[in-house]
Each structure stands twice: as C-alpha cells, then as structure tokens.
Design a protein around this ligand. Structure first.
Ligand SMILES: Nc1ncnc2c1ncn2[C@@H]1O[C@H](COP(=O)(O)OP(=O)(O)OP(=O)(O)O)[C@@H](O)[C@H]1O
Ligand SMILES: [Mg+2]
Length: 103
C-alpha cells in the first residue's frame, strides 16, 4: 500500500503523515516514510529529533548538489539515506526517485 499526503500549505500534511505512519507501524505494518517536501520536517513530527532531521535534510542537499551518489535501489536508499524513527518507521528525505523498480 502506498499513501501520498498532499494539500495546501499549513493544512496538516506533515502531522497527518506522521500520525498515519506511526499508527500503521504500531499495527504491525512495515512502514517507510518518504519526505519529499521542499521544507522537510517530517522527522520532527515522527519523533527522530532535530539532529537526525537535519542530518537527513543535509544528505538530500548533498545529493541535489552532486556531492553524493544516488543510491541504485530502494533498499540502499533506505540503508544509506534513512533513519530509524519511533514505532519501527524508517524515514528518508528524498528529492526524486529515478528508475523506480516495481513495488
Ligand atoms: N488535526 C489538526 N488539528 C489541529 N491542528 C493541527 C492538526 N494537524 C496539524 N495541526 C497544526 O497545524 C499546523 C500545520 O501543520 P503541519 O505542519 O502538519 O502542516 P503542513 O501542511 O505540513 O504545513 P506546510 O505546508 O508548512 O508543510 C501545526 O501547528 C500543527 O500542529
Ligand atoms: Mg509540512
């Protein structure tokens, strides 16, 4: 299942995303949360803390600036550029996914 949360500025996208992600994880689902926002602060709402959130944002900036090589697949994307969040959610801050594999 893939869930995308979109909406107007300040309408509650980040808060809703974090609550849905953690609730699904608490019910036993394996949850990956991808923050594609231009102002990415899902880490704060998920509860990974300021430091981890800033680390993930800095990694996306390094990717966008060409200072870091893009991961060749989703599993490496999550292991290299992800962070563990409460309730077992895995969080990554991404800009775009090139050549997405099925699933
Ligand atoms: N269901 C809700 N009831 C009341 N307040 C809420 C609710 N959801 C979010 N908020 C509050 O509304 C504000 C905006 O929420 P949030 O940051 O999640 O929105 P956003 O759509 O992600 O904003 P942005 O467009 O800036 O990324 C926050 O102060 C948040 O605490
Ligand atoms: Mg937001």
């Amino acid at each position: 299942m893939k869930v995308a949360v979109v909406g107007k500025g300040g309408s509650g996208k980040t808060t809703t995303s974090a609550v849905v992600a953690r609730t699904l994880a608490r019910h036993g689902l394996s949850v990956v949360a991808l923050d594609c926002d231009s102002n990415p602060n899902l880490g704060i709402s998920l509860g990974v803390g300021d430091e981890q959130t800033e680390r993930l944002v800095a990694m996306r900036e390094a990717l966008d600036e060409g200072g870091e090589e893009h991961a060749p697949g989703w599993d490496q994307l999550l292991s290299r550029f992800g962070s563990d969040a409460p309730d077992g959610v895995r969080l990554a801050v991404v800009s775009r996914i090139e050549n997405p594999e099925p699933g």
